[in-house]
Design a protein around this ligand. Sequence first.
Ligand code: ADP
Length: 241
Amino acid sequence: MSIRLENISKTFGQFQALSPMSLNIDEGEMIGLLGPSGSGKTTLLRIIAGLEGANSGRIQFGDRDVTNQHVRDRHVGFVFQNYALFRHMTVADNVAFGLEVMDAKQRPNKTEIQHRVKHLLEMVQLGHLANRYPSQLSGGQKQRIALARALATKPDVLLLDEPFGALDAKVRKELRRWLRSLHDEIGFTSVFVTHDQEEALELSDRVVVMSNGHIEQIDEPAQLYAQPNSRFVFDFLGNVN
Ligand code: ADP
């Protein structure tokens, strides 16, 4: 599903968190939002999700105008930094959650839900942990379960907020490779937030570099290095890590 943002802006009280910005994302693209802390990455992601309303502008998913649509109706999957799994539910129930709460018209039947959960757990290579509880899993395993849960409803768009931020470097690297191959296999459109340059460059088809609530540059990773279009981008890419 393609995403079109047109003149999106956001203020919190007097504070302009996002200046009016436009952005077109192609179907199947993986887009990294990269920038220093406070540059507006999470705010932009939450506006795409419908978790936050914009002050101006329009958002389209494919042909669908979703600007005034509730998060529930936008058909997005969301993965948070801290996994946000339900502690009192098994791994399988966590993955099934998004399907169980669908309204009756759309909800698959029980057998179909079980089938889909089994398939998703195999896909994230954690089928053997279906009956465990989140407290019995490692950080990397929890994050893979969070991804399976987000993909369960077959969302049009997958949004990830610092998905691997809480993990150590080795696991982060593994999960990055794994997410990229999962993406290439399934082909979902995806936007993720990171302040980790390596993560943005390795995972993204295109990177959106943000500072102070505006977009500095949008380009493929190699192009960002070859032709940074501002002093900010040049310094930011040179100095991080
Ligand atoms: P980033 O994800 O790049 O770190 P954010 O989008 O979280 O940046 O925040 C951008 C700016 O907006 C920050 O200065 C932050 O303090 C401010 N901000 C974000 N959410 C709120 C809020 N709910 N109320 C007030 N200010 C906010």
